[in-house]
Design a protein. Structure first.
Lengths: 114, 113
């Protein structure tokens, strides 16, 4: 069974640009969550999607947005990039997002802002 | 005070040693406890998943939950250089969603050959 797939693996952007990251969950998983991981802040929750609807949102500015498609694939968009957005962005999927269904992570997209 | 505290390390032990990794937490409502292993340039990989108190064993790994002390542990027996990674603890309440999973900051572990 294929795991969570994230593309691209690496991205280099400059301040002010926008970026779109993609996540394909494990087959059959309908909940997709996005996290930002930095050395200083650790793993921080961005948002969760389930059945094409954003179910929860973390404490990030509106520049961070996402969506989920009918096949459960998800995209995350960051507009007007700032230097502080440099991080590893992780996607995790689970069957339905409930706590008795553990999350499985992809290998992330490493975003560097110059 | 953070809800979940985890010593960042680094922790360096010789090959073959027993490793003990720990997290403490403050929210007594946490019921689900997880340990993830993260290699450099990789995403976290789920190692152990337990519900409520007690022990769970999987090969060389044992997860232990002590809810009375609000303390969880991961033991690695016969440690190997391939166990060198960052270990993250995570936990959540019973009636919650993915957004309510709280992660520790991770402990960097190095196994010396």
């Amino acid at each position: 069974k294929a795991g969570v797939t994230q593309t691209p693996r690496y991205l280099i952007k400059t301040r002010g640009q926008q970026v779109t990251l993609s996540c394909s969950p494990i087959s059959g998983h309908r909940s997709v969550s996005w996290y930002q991981q930095t050395p200083g802040q650790g793993l921080q929750f961005l948002f969760e999607y389930f059945s094409e609807t954003q179910r929860n949102k973390g404490n990030f500015p509106g520049r961070f947005s996402g969506r989920q498609f009918s096949n459960s694939r998800s995209e995350m968009n960051v507009s007007t990039l700032e230097l502080g957005d440099s991080a590893l962005y992780l996607c995790a999927s689970s069957l339905d997002g409930s706590p008795n269904q553990p999350q499985h992570f992809g290998d992330g997209t490493r975003l560097s802002i110059l | 005070q953070k809800e979940v505290e985890q010593d960042p390390g680094p922790l360096s032990v010789p090959e073959g040693a027993i490793v003990s990794l720990n997290c403490t937490y403050s929210n007594s409502a946490f019921q689900y406890f997880m340990w993830y292993r993260q290699y450099s340039r990789k995403g976290p990989e789920l190692l152990m998943y337990t519900y409520s108190s007690g022990n769970k064993e999987d090969g060389r790994f044992t997860a232990q939950v002590d809810k009375s002390s609000k303390y969880i542990s991961l033991f690695i027996r016969d440690s190997q250089p391939s166990d060198s990674a960052t270990y993250l603890c995570a936990m959540s309440r019973r009636y919650s969603s993915a957004s309510k999973i709280i992660f520790g900051s991770g402990t960097r572990l190095s196994i010396r050959p």
